[in-house]
Design a binder for this molecule. Structure first.
Ligand SMILES: *Cc1c(COP(=O)(O)O)cnc(C)c1O
Length: 431
């Protein structure tokens, strides 16, 4: 399988090259040249397959011969090594809990797969690779955990000081080994700007082998299809494919689901559940894609004004076709808090702010489409966003077992002013 750039100015590349490069030289996103069809047998008899078998079947055509079968099997099995339960919340609404991975967010799946692919591709490199990543919270933790201990790879994470939640900060700063955290005295935008400057710095790139672990990377995007199949395996209403609501920011997650559907997974409808950063709603009602300056919300992993993966959705569907298959919802912070409360009080289910955006979006859709049912991609554990959740429930959330051992671990970060020279000097001092 080869990948072309959506800007169509760069040559096609293999999966290997697309995964190492991240973005095409013309700044376009890579996209598979052909779309494979998923076996009918897999769809019809999915409960007879293990998660590992499902994932291997789904990803195999996208990887082609870049990774031998036994290695790919190992990578897949390490990627899907945690449960992804579909939990019934009401008669019509289910929650696909994507937060049972090591960092309690859906990004674990993509980060684990990508880190292991890179580890394999770079196994014979003599020069160390430095993965440089800016995070507003969840990405950094998933990338840190995914790459932890991977030979030949150093990870440097920039995060805005004081602007990530306590669990998130622990996940970024306590691993050690090949993971380093830079605590930037500024905003997430500052972190992102610094990282972009580093990638554009030719002199620096001659000295360091820099790569990104950004969500546009095909090795992070494509494995996110796995759990849409795992949900189908657990879906109790086979005769009626689900409506799926996905809390969306950069649209990588929902775009993976749409790809799965495009290649054979039964889905009735997708809802891009957004906070007030809702350029998808605007696009679907007007046909015009108009990036906006992002504003801060309670579901801050979705505070994206220019969702990078949206162009991939447009490559999968024309506007008219897309309008029937995808809708978008805009949910305010006030509605998010109300929904955390109502889902908790009425159904005894505690969701995080991102999941709450999804629940309200799904609920509204089902009200206007009676007789249908669906599920929400619950993208993070509520403990990662305790402020909003505790405000509603009035009591502290317990840290789940998976992160309890983080509590006592000492934080290890390098404080840094939001200036490029500071980052550059520090990076060079690490070679
Ligand atoms: C990253 C993230 C999202 C947004 O996912 P996209 O793939 O960027 O649309 C939603 N919820 C949580 C908790 C996240 O961490």
């Amino acid at each position: 399988m080869n990948y072309y750039s959506l800007n169509r100015q760069s040559p096609v590349v293999s999966f290997r090259e697309a995964a190492i490069k991240g973005q095409a030289p013309d700044k376009g996103l890579y996209f598979p040249e052909t779309l494979p069809s998923v076996d009918k047998e897999l769809i019809e008899n999915i409960e007879q397959f293990s998660n590992e078998e499902i994932a291997l079947r789904v990803i195999r055509p996208y990887v082609g011969d870049c990774i031998p079968e036994n290695e790919l099997q190992r990578i897949v099995s390490e990627t899907v090594s945690f449960p992804v339960p579909l939990v019934k919340v009401t008669e019509d609404m289910y929650s696909l809990e994507l937060f049972h991975g090591p960092t309690l967010a859906f990004k674990d799946t993509g980060a684990r797969f990508m880190s292991r692919c890179l580890g394999y591709f770079l196994r014979n490199e003599t020069k160390k690779v430095t993965v440089l990543v800016a995070t507003s919270g969840d990405t950094g933790g998933a990338v840190a955990s995914g790459f932890y201990g991977v030979e030949g790879v150093e990870v440097v994470i920039l995060y805005p000081s004081g602007k990530v939640s306590p669990v998130q900060e622990k996940q970024l700063t306590t691993l050690g080994k090949n993971i380093r955290a830079l605590e930037v005295n500024g905003s997430f935008d500052d972190c992102q700007r610094l990282v972009k400057q580093a990638f554009a710095d030719e002199e620096l790139n001659r000295q360091l082998f820099l790569t990104s672990a950004n969500s546009i990377n095909v090795a992070r995007w494509l494995p996110q299809q796995f759990y849409y199949f795992f949900a189908w395996k657990q879906w109790p209403h086979r005769e009626a494919p689900p409506v799926i609501a996905v809390p969306s920011g950069n649209f990588g997650n929902i775009c993976a689901g749409i790809l799965a559907a495009r290649t054979g997974l039964p889905v009735n409808h997708f809802i891009a559940a957004c906070n007030v950063n809702d350029i998808a709603s605007h696009y679907l009602s007007t046909g015009e894609l108009k990036p906006k300056q992002a504003v801060s919300t309670l579901s801050n992993a979705m505070d994206v004004g220019h969702p990078s993966n949206f162009v991939r959705i447009l490559e999968l569907f024309g506007y008219d076709e897309l309008k029937d298959f995808l809708s978008a919802a805009t949910i305010t912070d006030e509605e998010t808090l109300q929904t955390i409360g109502s889902v908790y009080n009425q159904y005894g289910y505690l969701c995080d702010p991102h999941g709450a955006v999804g629940f309200l979006a799904l609920q509204r859709y089902l009200e206007s489409h009676p007789g249908q049912r669906g599920w929400v991609a619950e993208t993070a554990h509520p403990v990662k966003f305790p402020e909003a959740v505790e405000k509603v429930t009035g009591k502290p959330i317990e840290w789940p077992e998976a992160v309890k051992d983080l509590v006592g671990r000492p934080k290890n970060s390098v404080e840094m002013e939001p200036e490029y020279d500071a980052l550059r000097t520090w990076l060079l001092s690490q070679i």
